[in-house]
Design a protein around this ligand. Structure first.
Ligand SMILES: [Mg+2]
Length: 391
């Protein structure tokens, strides 16, 4: 599942109240910016169809193979017609469409294409925030004085991406990130959708709440029970009620329902974490085997940290049991991890706080977050000893 993108972090963890760095800071941030969200269409699958003409027009699934326990990373539009979606198990996808072509991902190619599109974006603004290999926000407020200019610019970028990569990209143009991202999804593939600032509130009101960033299955179900199905329903609830129901996220929902989102486009946002996880072909039951697998994940994370000259303060162990329930256990230090041994020591403590082994394990993952420089230069040289050169 390593290549299934995770929802962006809104910084909503914990109850931190309304003041002090809350990303949705109010109406003052409303309609005075021009933001474009670009999202390549069925990216991995489209690259495979481009490079292997025999896949053109076929249901192509990029990801794990159906006889293993992999998942769908991306599938072509032909495959989507069978109900196949990202993050679905490949086995299920194969049942839905026995004729599907399964292809292993070629990340080095996707990264190359990603660098090409990024280079195009950066010719139009310095404010390019890549969300993943195939998705980016551009703040074009400086170059485009109004929404018409921004739309013309977005169309030009779409054309250049197609010329350069022979792949289509969908674009959404709006006055903030929240609306631009939804807009890019409105008219896929090869989409182009503009939400003028004066329509922001109406547009947000028309959306099912599941479209709102940060509202997953659980929150959606909770809202539906309360009779909140669309943004307009959400807008009818007073702020204190939403905060009472959803904690500080309630403030975000209150703003989003009005089409307001004050988050800035942050160029070259640094990575927030480094992780490695794996889904097993057969559930693991043996404690020794589980510990060995955690160690292998830790080695991989250490290798990446070393190659990027990074360390971090928080170590997280993720365990998914055979019944698909998932837990995480983490530990935060007051100093950057000093090396692999410290990471392994923390992980073995975390592993003991799980039922791994007593319950069969389907997936294990290790993540280091709170990334920072690895202490003093001297410590940096010593960080993750023995790991240098393996990158
Ligand atoms: Mg995409």
């Amino acid at each position: 599942m390593g290549f299934v993108s995770k929802p962006a972090d809104f910084g909503l963890g914990g109850r931190r109240g309304f003041a002090g760095g809350f990303p949705f800071s109010g109406a003052a941030d409303g309609g005075d910016r021009r933001i474009v969200h670009f999202d390549m269409d069925a990216f991995f699958a489209a690259v495979e169809q481009r490079d292997f003409p025999e896949y053109a027009g076929k249901p192509v699934i990029v990801g794990g193979l159906p006889d293993k326990r992999g998942v769908v990373a991306t599938c072509s539009y032909e495959a989507r017609r069978y109900g196949i979606r990202s993050a679905m198990s490949s086995a299920r996808a194969a049942r839905l469409c026995p004729a599907a072509v399964f292809v292993r991902p070629r990340f080095e190619v996707y990264r190359r294409v990603s660098a090409q599109i990024r280079a195009i974006f950066e010719q139009y603004t310095g404010l390019v925030e890549m969300l993943s290999l195939d998705e980016a926000y551009l703040d074009v407020s400086e170059t485009a004085a109004d929404i018409r200019a921004a739309s013309a610019l977005a169309r030009e970028i779409k054309r250049r991406v197609l010329e350069t990569t022979r792949l289509t990209v969908s674009a959404g143009v709006a006055c903030n990130k929240f609306l631009a991202k939804i807009a890019s999804d409105m008219d896929k593939p090869d989409g182009f959708y503009v939400v003028p600032a004066r329509h922001s509130e109406q547009f947000a009101g028309s959306l099912p709440v599941g479209k709102f960033h940060g509202i997953g299955k659980v929150t959606r179900a909770k809202m539906e029970k309360l009779g909140i199905v669309t943004g307009a329903d959400l807008r009818r609830r007073p702020l204190d009620e939403l905060v009472g129901l959803f904690g500080s996220a309630g403030y975000y929902y209150y703003q989003a329902a009005r089409g307001v989102d004050g988050r800035a486009v942050v160029a070259g946002r640094p990575r927030k974490s480094v992780g490695s996880e794996t889904t097993f072909e057969n559930d693991l039951r043996d404690a020794g085997e589980i510990a060995g697998e955690v160690r292998r994940r830790a080695l991989e994370v250490a290798r990446i940290l070393t190659s990027r000259k990074l360390s971090g303060r928080t170590v997280t162990l993720k365990v998914k049991y055979a019944d698909f329930t998932q837990i995480t256990r983490s530990r935060t230090l007051d100093h950057p991890l000093t090396g692999l041994n410290e990471m392994l020591r923390l992980l073995s403590g975390l592993l003991q706080k799980t039922e791994a082994g007593a319950r069969p394990v389907r997936l294990l993952g290790v993540t280091v977050s709170g990334l920072c420089a690895p202490g003093t230069p001297r410590q940096a040289a010593l960080a993750f000893p023995g790991m240098a050169g393996t990158a």
